[in-house]
Design a protein around this ligand. Structure first.
Ligand code: DHB
Ligand code: FE
Length: 243
């Protein structure tokens, strides 16, 4: 074990023990806590529970830059490269939008050949491979920025999304008086040789849940307007990569 691991484990236990002492935790309550964690694991909510309650703090402290966001539980590696930039197929329902922008370094220089690995829910708030009624791999794909750093993705506007709340994670949110909604968002991991990968999410200006994201991730600086253009609705986002 490294010194850091030892220090963190010690502090975690100190913090837990302080809370237990402060509230005079009984044996019944202690067992209920252990049973709760077991139930969350058995319900397949281990990642959800931790991402929803804790991951936003990691993003804050990990110094990943102003555009960094939680990864969340629905990322899958190995999405295909979309040569056409068509993330949503013709038959996908929902409002069409072209997501576009220029990948840049922190000085504003365009970055060619950056990979944008994108995933999102559909217009009904469903993630492929996790929610019923979806096609595996749907709305997941990569695009590569051109020589001028620009990229363009054709997709549909996702819907605000309720994190699964019928199980243990939902009970915690209820205890905390928090609703399960996340504002509509599109996830991406942007990477380029020689730069730190950026895990981010972009949001839509005017979304009713921007101020009360159930996972405490959304922020107004990452909410962008849907703009009209001759090619339909456009959303512009310029990812910035640091070394
Ligand atoms: C979480 C993040 C998401 O992006 C999402 O769609 C659902 C849940 C989370 O952090 O728990
Ligand atoms: Fe998400």
């Amino acid at each position: 074990m490294t010194n850091r691991t030892e220090a963190i484990v010690r502090d975690l236990l100190t913090a837990f023990n302080e809370v237990m002492d402060k509230h005079n935790i009984t044996h019944d309550e202690y067992r209920a806590g252990v049973a709760f964690l077991t139930e969350a694991a058995e319900a397949g909510e281990t990642t959800l529970l931790h991402d929803a309650l804790l991951e936003a703090s990691v993003v804050t402290h990990d110094n990943d830059g102003p555009q960094a966001q939680v990864l969340g539980p629905y990322y899958l590696p190995d999405a295909p490269i979309l040569e056409s930039g068509q993330l949503a197929g013709e038959e996908e329902s929902g409002e069409r939008v072209t997501l576009t922008g220029v990948v840049q370094d922190t000085s504003g220089n365009p970055l060619p050949n950056a990979t944008l690995d994108i995933w999102q829910s559909d217009a009904e708030g469903r993630y492929s491979n996790f929610d019923e009624g979806t096609t595996p791999g749907n709305l997941r794909g990569k695009v590569v920025s051109g020589q001028d750093g620009s990229y363009s993705v054709h997709t549909v506007v996702p819907a605000p999304y309720q994190i699964p709340h019928a199980g243990p994670t939902g009970r915690v949110l209820e205890v905390l008086g928090r609703h399960p909604w996340r504002p509509a968002h599109i996830h991406m991991i942007v990477s380029a040789d020689g730069y730190e990968p950026l895990t981010t999410q972009i949001y839509f200006e005017g979304d009713p849940y921007l101020d009360s994201d159930s996972v405490r991730a959304a922020k107004p600086e990452l909410a962008f307007p849907l703009e009209d253009s001759s090619a339909g609705k456009t959303l512009t986002f310029n990812p910035v990569l640091d070394t």
